[in-house]
Every structure is written in structure tokens, then in C-alpha cells.
Design a protein around this ligand. Structure first.
Ligand code: NAI
Ligand code: MG
Length: 357
């Protein structure tokens, strides 16, 4: 297969972890007899520095055409003085999500055995934790009308029934491939959008009799995630609640540097599920350019791209196994207590994939 995708390294450590992921992708495609065709494009501060908008039209066009995007991270203090859509985050990330219709954001929470003691929760409470957050990504308060008036400021939160329905379907479909439980998180005791959310989720749930459905209010969920993390399988929630809860979930995994994410749309005519894959961390300007960045989250994001955009399961699994082995052997960067550089971790994982039988 020819694996054609758009590669957006972005800013800060983005290009560093990106180079490591590209080395792993090269090794994997060689090992499994595929070809790799990465279309490199500028995005974020890197695009601004080149005299372009944060999301140049040529970059967007490539994303739209390939339907598979691997993104490092965007932003940093260098561009903090810019306003509104001139900023890397508002001018590149949000439009990419909206224009590619990437309404389903998926983040895993399954702590690695090797990292269990790095998390702030006790090992016995964490052991067995394995859930996925399905966050709605293109609606809600982040995309609502916002502004200032005589009295102050406002941000409007809106959801249409079809927006809730399609993300709920994604969550139930995913639960069917896992432990068949969906926990829907809302604030239906206060918010009208949450009442619609709960009604719609109930309606979708009736089509999945094998899946257990649980509703939790978002404030309670922040506690449940710490007191009974093993109780969850698929956590379904709206945009802002998902933003907050996924940061909380990342703490359970012991390090932000090992968590990938996928933002998905529906399948195109050629059956390809349009997706953007990125680590959950940002551009880490404090360590950029020093070879210290942990590339595992970016490498795992590349594995997810192979699985979810190209249907290449054994290839993705080979990368994931190599990452697990690297963690178990301590072949990792300083943030995880190792001594390797970003590049060295990348080439180690690439070697492991090449040697895998
Ligand atoms: P951050 O995730 O970049 O960094 C937080 C802390 O974690 C820093 O101390 C950093 O050194 C460390 N860290 C992050 N990734 C690491 C890695 N792979 N290996 C080792 N250490 C790592 O978050 P921060 O500092 O809040 O944001 C920095 C910039 O990134 C901001 O401009 C922000 O807007 C942007 N950002 C972009 C995202 C994206 O493009 N999707 C997501 C989050 C933030
Ligand atoms: Mg966030």
C-alpha cells in the first residue's frame, strides 16, 4: 500500500518528535512492504514565520486531499503577542478541526505497567485502568457566538441533535469493540444543551441493547475518575468537558509524553476515515531544540494513523509493542527517568520494529 499522508511538524518540539515518528514510520513501512509518501507542510508559528497565515491554504488542501494528517504541535511564546485568528492555536488548530469535520476526538487512558509508579495515584487503585474518552470536538461553547457587550462578555453553547447523535454513535460503536460500557458525562441538572445530550444519548443507546449506559454529572466525574478509574470503558462527553477531563485522565497515565490522540470524521467515498493524529502535549518551548523531548506520544499517534486511517492493524501493533518494550527496558528520555535523546528513542523503536517477527 502507498501510505500517503500530510505531515505538519509545527512548532517547538513538534519537528523533533515528528522526525522520530517519521523514522519509525519508515522502518514500519519497509518491514511490512509498503511505501511512504509524506507531504510536508507548514502550520502554526512556522507558517507565520514564513510569511503565511497560521493555516496556509496549500497545507489545508493537502490535509483535505490525503485525509490523513500527522501533526506535531503548534504555538509558543514567540507568537503569544498575536491576536485572535492570527495566533497559531486559534488560526490553525480550530479551523483544521472544523474544516475537516473532525468531530470525534479519541484519547486513551491505559497506564503502562512501567509507568504505574510515576502517577500520583496508588498502584492498586490504578491497576486495570483502561478507558477511552470520546470527546465531541467541533461544537459546543468553543465554537459558539462570542463577544463583548455593555455589561461584559459572553460565549454561547449550542448543540444540535444531529451533532450529539453522531458522536454518541461513535462512542457506542467503539464500546461494542471493547467492554461494552458507555459513561456519558454532562451537566443536565443545569444546562439545556446537556438535557438534549442526555435524551439523545438515551435514544442512541436503545439501538445498542448489549451496551451498558451510565450517566454522570461532570463535577462528579472529576472525582470518579480518581476514585474508581477502572470502572470506565468509553467515556462520552461534549467539547469543553472533554477538554478538561482528558487532561485529568492524562495524569493517571504517569506522563503526558506517552499519550496519542485521534480526531476523526466519517469515512469518505474511498472508505478512508478522515483523521488527524497528534500527541496530547503541546510544543514544550521550555525544552525545544535540546533533544530532550519524549517522542513516544508522537510515535503512537503515527501508529494510530496507520490503524485508523489506513486499516493497517499489524503495522500499528508492531509499533505499540516496540514502545511497550522500550518503556519496560528503560530506553526512554529524561522525563521518564532515562538517558536517551529524542532521536535515540526514535531509532531504538525503529530498530525494534525492524527486528520484530
Ligand atoms: P506543553 O504540553 O507544551 O508542555 C507542558 C510541560 O510538559 C512542559 O514542561 C514541557 O516541557 C513538558 N512536555 C510536553 N511534552 C513533552 C514531551 N514530549 N517530552 C517531554 N516533556 C514534555 O504545554 P504548555 O507549556 O502549556 O504549552 C506550550 C505551547 O503549546 C502553548 O503555545 C500551547 O498553546 C501549545 N499547545 C499546543 C497544542 C497543540 O498543538 N495541539 C496542545 C497543547 C498546547
Ligand atoms: Mg486542552
Amino acid at each position: 500500500m502507498n501510505i500517503q499522508f500530510t505531515y505538519l511538524p509545527g512548532d517547538g518540539i513538534g519537528p523533533e518528535v515528528g522526525a522520530a515518528a517519521m523514522a519509525v514510520l519508515q522502518a514500519t513501512t519497509q518491514r511490512f512492504g509498503h511505501t511512504l509518501e509524506a507531504e510536508h507542510h507548514l502550520v502554526g508559528g512556522a507558517a507565520i514565520d514564513a510569511g503565511e497565515k497560521p493555516l496556509p491554504e496549500t497545507s489545508f488542501e493537502s490535509c483535505q486531499r490525503t485525509g490523513a494528517v500527522l501533526l506535531g504541535a503548534v504555538g509558543g511564546p514567540k507568537w503569544d503577542h498575536l491576536k485572535g485568528a492570527d495566533r497559531p492555536e486559534l488560526g490553525a488548530l480550530l479551523p483544521l478541526r472544523k474544516r475537516l469535520n473532525l468531530y470525534a476526538n479519541i484519547r486513551p487512558c491505559k497506564p503502562y505497567e512501567a509507568l504505574l509508579d510515576r502517577a500520583p495515584l496508588k498502584r492498586d487503585r490504578l491497576e486495570g485502568t483502561d478507558f477511552v474518552v470520546m470527546r465531541e470536538l467541533t461544537g459546543g461553547i468553543y465554537f459558539g457566538k462570542k463577544g463583548r457587550d455593555a455589561e461584559g462578555a459572553y460565549d454561547e453553547c449550542r448543540y444540535s441533535e444531529s451533532e450529539v447523535e453522531r458522536i454518541a454513535i461513535k462512542a457506542f460503536d467503539l464500546a461494542m469493540t471493547r467492554r461494552k460500557k458507555v459513561t456519558s458525562v454532562d451537566k443536565s441538572n443545569v444546562l439545556e444543551t446537556s438535557r438534549l445530550w442526555r435524551e439523545t444519548v438515551e435514544r442512541v443507546a436503545s439501538r445498542y441493547p448489549q451496551v451498558e449506559l451510565e450517566h454522570l454529572l461532570v463535577d462528579a466525574m472529576t472525582m470518579h475518575m480518581l476514585t474508581r478509574p477502572t470502572a470506565f470503558d468509553v467515556v462520552l462527553t461534549e467539547n469543553m468537558f472533554g477538554d478538561i477531563l482528558t487532561d485529568e485522565a492524562s495524569v493517571l497515565c504517569g506522563s503526558m509524553g506517552v499519550i496519542p490522540s485521534a480526531s476523526l470524521s466519517d469515512a469518505r467515498e474511498d472508505q478512508r476515515v478522515v483523521g488527524m493524529f497528534e500527541p496530547i502535549h503541546g510544543s514544550a518551548p521550555d525544552i525545544a531544540g535540546q533533544g530532550k523531548a519524549n517522542p513516544l506520544a508522537m510515535i503512537l499517534s503515527a501508529a494510530w494513523m496507520l490503524r485508523l486511517s489506513f486499516g493497517l492493524n499489524p503495522e500499528a501493533a508492531a509499533i505499540e509493542t516496540a514502545v511497550e518494550q522500550a518503556l519496560a527496558s528503560g530506553d526512554v528520555t529524561g522525563d521518564l527517568g532515562g538517558t536517551l535523546s529524542t532521536d535515540q528513542v526514535g531509532s531504538q523503536i525503529a530498530d525494534r520494529v525492524r527486528r520484530a517477527t
